[in-house]
Write a protein that binds this ligand. Structure first.
Ligand code: SAH
Length: 226
């Protein structure tokens, strides 16, 4: 048992609302402009995605540790990646790397359906508890190797990878619909990676570079324990 298993109530408290309003100001100061993205973030108490010993920093603009040696991304990075995806209400989105479920919850407020893949069973379970607490009914979670994407549900309008890959996995690019956008950190772990945006248009895939980021690595296969 970890404290992530406590019963969750998804309703933001007054303290959450105040902290979220401050976080939104911070994101705006950092250049995030998309109102839908800011609105989605403002509606999700990030506190729910952190264990009790990290609650005090739940609304700080920083990455925080979660179980299994993984991290929940910094809110500014979540916001920038979501903004770069330009998610529309009819979109079906694939996320690789569920982690705490925070990025998926933000996406669920913007998209029609979110499919999120995680290699650790316990992380998947906790994330599902959070989606239930938030009454997010358009998120599907599964255990799998994100290098393979989610072929049964492909193609996707948007794909976001929240772990760093040394090379862009071709299997994921193949699951991107025409007109689709994919955002993925590319580079070796333990270094700064390049946040790359791929756009598929007229059968071609165009690549551009957004900024430098630091993510945990994408790892092959499903985790055997946890
Ligand atoms: N999006 C998360 C942050 C995740 S950290 C959040 O909002 O909290 C990256 C996650 O990617 C970790 O949970 C890690 O276990 C997962 N991961 C790494 N390689 C993977 C793979 N091949 N398939 C699925 N998940 C993977």
């Amino acid at each position: 048992m970890t404290d992530s298993e406590d019963h969750l109530d998804g309703e933001p408290t007054e303290a959450d609302r105040i902290a979220l309003a401050e976080l939104i100001l911070k994101l705006r100061a950092n250049g995030v402009r998309d109102r839908r993205v800011l609105g989605a973030i403002e509606g999700i108490p990030r506190r729910l995605f952190l264990s009790s010993r990290h609650q005090a920093l739940a609304y700080a603009d920083r990455a925080m540790p979660i179980d299994c040696g993984q991290t929940i991304s910094q809110p500014t990075i979540v916001a920038m990646m979501t903004e770069a995806l330009d998610v529309q209400p009819h979109h079906r989105v694939l996320e690789v790397g569920t982690g705490s479920g925070y990025q998926a919850a933000v996406l669920a407020r913007l998209a029609r359906e979110v499919y999120t893949v995680e290699r650790y069973r316990s992380l998947k379970r906790y994330a599902e508890d959070r989606f239930n607490a938030l009454k997010l009914e358009n998120v599907e979670t599964r255990i799998g190797d994100g290098f393979e994407g989610w072929p049964e549900q492909a193609p996707f309008d948007r794909i976001v990878v929240t772990a760093a890959a040394e090379e862009i996995p071709e299997s994921l690019v193949a699951q991107l619909a025409e007109g689709g956008v994919m955002v993925i950190p590319v580079g070796a772990s333990g270094t700064v990676q390049d946040l790359v945006k791929l756009t598929r248009a007229n059968g071609q895939v165009e690549r551009s570079s957004l900024c430098a980021v630091r993510f945990v690595p994408m790892v092959h296969g499903v985790a055997e324990r946890l």
